[in-house]
Each structure stands twice: as structure tokens, then as C-alpha cells.
Ligand binder design. Structure first.
Ligand SMILES: Nc1ncnc2c1ncn2[C@@H]1O[C@H](COP(=O)(O)OP(=O)(O)OP(=O)(O)O)[C@@H](O)[C@H]1O
Length: 315
């Protein structure tokens, strides 16, 4: 497991934002151990992801970190404060993404932001800044209930950021968004983190965790199964690489000769060599001028998850 400080140094974080230390966290509901002895540390300025299927315990963990639930046992420290005590000084440093149902009724996007801003005593100009940052300038006068799902998600993130917090908590921020809206929101989240804030996000999208997060904790059934950078998790899997050739590029016999014992499959989509020696295979393919239309696919976080849990992903 990579230490958060080590990751911070390697990724060149500016050491601002808060540090979060979670130790032996437990929450049970009746017979269900929703969170079962969860421990991790999030470094200042880190983009940290809790990844897992429905019911893994991500939201319950996040709510204990946010101070919305008091842990039954274990502890959460945000820069040495216990969030469940709801100290105003700490609250001001935290941004919690609201569910869109928590907006004030019948207000426009601008009025929502003005209202949240007034609660924190921030300057009026901040609303325009936030509308700009989340790409909602042209929707400023639209009532919240008339915004699309993606626009509501972006507005809820803007509300969480209105008081310029040092740490931002986001619970499945891209749930139910179309692919384009998801990618737009990823850009917003990257900008938030690039400005030095600590970001903690839950998601059940593997690709999202892989592209956004510095480190990812893979959770299932209340426990953390693995925690590391996405690249280290994938590397640790030591999975073979799939090299696919377009139909007609190479005969199956030639592919088998190059594969030298590695598995080769062929269908009307083309021929695939699955190998742990991609450079040897690619060199041989180049020598035969067989690189046109070639695709190379390594393992992904999804493969890591399947390896860890030994079963189908239940997103
Ligand atoms: N208030 C509650 N009362 C009883 N059981 C609960 C409560 N909240 C959560 N649970 C149970 O605890 C477990 C973890 O739920 P949690 O919402 O933390 O998971 P999650 O990973 O966030 O899932 P999702 O992706 O569906 O939001 C689930 O089995 C859930 O049914």
C-alpha cells in the first residue's frame, strides 16, 4: 500500500487542503455491518475515491467523515477535529455536495447560490464566479426544478463550493448523467482539485475512479479490499495485455507463431493475442508490417475489482 504522503510527493501536491484520518470506523444497522473496521488517510490536496457497488458502505463512510453520523466505533479526524461535533470553524472549511432535492424551492440557480452564499457570509460576486466555474452562466435565471439532471448536479457542486472550502465531499456526483455531462463534470472536479482542495468522492463507476482519483479505496460489504493509486492497483494485478488485430491482417497460424504459446483467439472481429510480453509480440508484428488497425488493451480497475471480489461487478 502506498502512503498518502508518498503519493503526495510523487504527484507534486501543493500541501494545502485538509488531512483526513479514518481509524477503525464501524457502523451497523441491525444485523448489517454497513461499515466494518474501515481505516485510511487522505493527504492534503489529494483526490481520493471510495469505489464500490451499491450497498458497499461508501455513503455511510462518507457521512461519518462529513460529521452527519457519529461513528459507533472508531474515529474520524479532519485536521485534528472530530467532524461529528459540528464545530463551526471546521464546517466552514468543508463543502458537502447536497442531493438536488435539498435545494430551496422555486429559486433560480443564481438565487440558490446567493442564498447559500449569504448563509456563509460570502461576497455577492462569488455567485458569478461559481456559475462560471460550473458552466451555468446561461442558466443563472432558470429555476432549479427546470434544470436538467446534469445541470442540477453542477449547481449542487457550486453550492458546496460557494464558501471556498478546503475539502469537498461528493457522493456519486455523476450518477444518472449522460456520458457527455459526466465528462463535463469531470473537468469541473479536476479544476476543484487542481486549486489545492482535498476531494473525497464516492462512485461506482470504475472509469471515473481511474481517471480522477490519485488513490482509490475499493470497498465491498463494508470493508476496504484494496487501497492504492489506480495505476498501482492495476499493476499489482499483473494481468496480461490483449493485442487485437483487424480481420485479414495476419493468418491465425502466423499469429500463433508470434504468440509463441500465448493464447490466440480469432473470430470475425479479428485475432487477439493475450500476452504478458507485449513488447516482444508488438516487435514481431511490426516486423511483419501487421500494425494497421491494431488495438492494445491492458487491465483496468474493473479487472482489479473482479479479481478482488471474484464475481460480477454489480454497479
Ligand atoms: N439508514 C439505514 N438503515 C438501515 N440500513 C442502512 C441504512 N443506510 C444504509 N444501510 C445499509 O447499509 C449498507 C451500506 O449502505 P451505503 O448506502 O453506505 O452503501 P453505498 O456503498 O453508498 O451504496 P449506494 O451506491 O447504493 O449508495 C447497505 O446494506 C444498506 O442497505
Amino acid at each position: 500500500m502506498t502512503s498518502p504522503q508518498g503519493v503526495g510527493a510523487r504527484l507534486g501536491f501543493r500541501l494545502v487542503g485538509v488531512e483526513i484520518r479514518v481509524e477503525g470506523l464501524v457502523m451497523t444497522y441491525g444485523d448489517v455491518r454497513a461499515v466494518d473496521d474501515v481505516s485510511f488517510t487522505v493527504a492534503p490536496g489529494e483526490f481520493f475515491g471510495l469505489l464500490g457497488p451499491n450497498g458497499a458502505g461508501k455513503t455511510t463512510t462518507l457521512e461519518m467523515i462529513e460529521g452527519l453520523r457519529k461513528p459507533q466505533s472508531g474515529s474520524v479526524r479532519i485536521d485534528d477535529h472530530e467532524p461529528w461535533r459540528r464545530e463551526p470553524a471546521l464546517q466552514r472549511r468543508m463543502g458537502v455536495q447536497l442531493q438536488s432535492s435539498s435545494f430551496f424551492e422555486r429559486l433560480t440557480a443564481r438565487e440558490q447560490l446567493d442564498t447559500f452564499g449569504a448563509l456563509y457570509g460570502v461576497a455577492a460576486g462569488r455567485t458569478d464566479e461559481m456559475l462560471e466555474q460550473v458552466g451555468l452562466v446561461d442558466k443563472a435565471g432558470v429555476r432549479t426544478e427546470d434544470l436538467s439532471g446534469g445541470q442540477k448536479q453542477r449547481l449542487s457542486i457550486a453550492c458546496a463550493l460557494i464558501h471556498d472550502p478546503e475539502v469537498v465531499f461528493l457522493d456519486e456526483p455523476t450518477a444518472a448523467l449522460d456520458p457527455q455531462a459526466r465528462r463535463n463534470l469531470w473537468d469541473v472536479l479536476r479544476t476543484i482539485n487542481a486549486s489545492g482542495r482535498t476531494v473525497v468522492l464516492t462512485t461506482h463507476h470504475m472509469d471515473e475512479a481511474e481517471v480522477l482519483c490519485d488513490r482509490v479505496a475499493i470497498m465491498d460489504a463494508g470493508r476496504i479490499l484494496e487501497l492504492d493509486t489506480p495505476a498501482a492497483l492495476v499493476r499489482g494485478l499483473d494481468a496480461p495485455v490483449r493485442i487485437s488485430l483487424a480481420p485479414g491482417t495476419l493468418s491465425v497460424d502466423d499469429a500463433r507463431a508470434i504468440a509463441g504459446g500465448d493464447p490466440v483467439t480469432a473470430d470475425d472481429q479479428g485475432t487477439t493475442i493475450t500476452t504478458r510480453e507485449p513488447s516482444r509480440v508488438l516487435t514481431a508484428l511490426a516486423q511483419r508490417d501487421a500494425l494497421d488497425g491494431l488495438s492494445v488493451k491492458g487491465a483496468s480497475l474493473e479487472d482489479v475489482f473482479l479479481e478482488l471480489t471474484g464475481r460480477e461487478y454489480r454497479a
